[in-house]
Design a protein around this ligand. Sequence first.
Ligand SMILES: Nc1nc2c(ncn2[C@@H]2O[C@H](COP(=O)(O)OP(=O)(O)OP(=O)(O)O)[C@@H](O)[C@H]2O)c(=O)[nH]1
Ligand code: SF4
Ligand SMILES: [Mg+2]
Length: 414
Amino acid sequence: MNTEKDLQKQTTAIAETKRFVLIGIRNAGKSSLMNRLFEREVSIISNTPGTTTDPVTRKLELGKLGAISISDTAGLDDSGELGAMRTARTWENIKAASVYIFVTPSHLAPSKEEITLLEKLVQNKKGVLICVLTHSDKNLHPEKLKLTKNLESIPVDNQTGTGIDSLKQVLINLTDQLDSEITPLEGLVTEGDLVVLVTPIDLAAPRGRLIMPQVETIRDLLDRDCGTLIVKERELNQFYNSLKIPPKLVITDSQAFHKVAADIPEEQLLTSFSILFARKKGDLEQFIKGIINLSNIPDGGRVHVMESCSHHRQADDIGTVKIPRLFRQLVNSKTRFSFSRSLPDDEELNSIDMIIHCAACMINRNKMISRLEKFADHNIDVTNYGLFLGWVNGLLPRALEPFTDLYHEYRDLF
Ligand SMILES: Nc1nc2c(ncn2[C@@H]2O[C@H](COP(=O)(O)OP(=O)(O)OP(=O)(O)O)[C@@H](O)[C@H]2O)c(=O)[nH]1
Ligand code: SF4
Ligand SMILES: [Mg+2]
């Protein structure tokens, strides 16, 4: 029989877990450590350097820390063209992680790649850095001691498993240090509130289930002891008018904004799932500034539409069809469009004027924030689907009204 914990482990998506990454040079013992942590064979181990080529990510339930995900990665000293691609993927994993576990063999002098890696990780103040000294049955190399003496270091012997319990305890003790992503309705509702959710069931809706932002929002409302009415946009007016308690908030799919706004009173607080996720996963303020700067797009400028997963595209797909059409109609008819599901490289970013991003429900906040920082480094304005569709439907600043501070700061700029 499944315990409640087992069920939680099975149902927590990797995007919602705190992410840990095992990093180091080839043959440092990363995959051996991964298997020790999971107590089973998750990664392939061999004494041939470069055994792990693609990151391997698995979920693990770790005491009061709850569900975490751990990624085993390719060695950062991999060489050649393929090696560079693997190293780039390892860095993507590092950027998405909250905890970096630097794995290094005790008995060997530090390599130049290890020294560079540690310098970069120490500079990057976002994550927690932990050092695991493998081959702990051998003497610690004096240079390795020098390199790691200021880090929290745990000696581990992967052959016997000595030190693994201490490492797990150190990880569990990080619970209070780790920032967890806010829930969709954090600060927006209180116990006893009624919230109306409008979820169109159209061709784009997956068969027989709801999409992740809707599911997470419903769960959050239940956790907060709120009442929920879930309707399609067609039934909204009828049910809304029969309510005895005025809803605290109406949350709609961005694509139904126009109809929903027409069917509820003007004073009713209204926002979208996508705007809730813009705040949860990224930086709502940066997305608002992106909308305010829409008119800066030059003739012939390039807008890049980015998504975070490979969902099936429909004929009238929001990212590749609707947004470009609306943008050309309402902002600038001469705009060029491009699309991707992964981060464009630096050279490509230099030719992009604006990014419109999906709600990013399938990636974690750290990953989205690292994307946003990259866009800011390249001076690229960015917004998200929900804010863009809110603006298109004349619902900005109204759809920001539930976020009181931002609303007061920006309402006069629309
Ligand atoms: N004696 C000893 N051997 C270890 C230890 N950790 C790993 N090894 C051995 O070192 C070799 C490399 O281990 P892996 O776990 O595959 O190393 P890795 O860091 O994943 O290597 P790549 O995937 O190539 O980057 C294997 O032969 C392991 O059995 C350890 O703590 N002690
Ligand atoms: S990650 Fe983006 S594209 Fe994928 S389902 Fe979520 S919002 Fe849609
Ligand atoms: Mg490996």
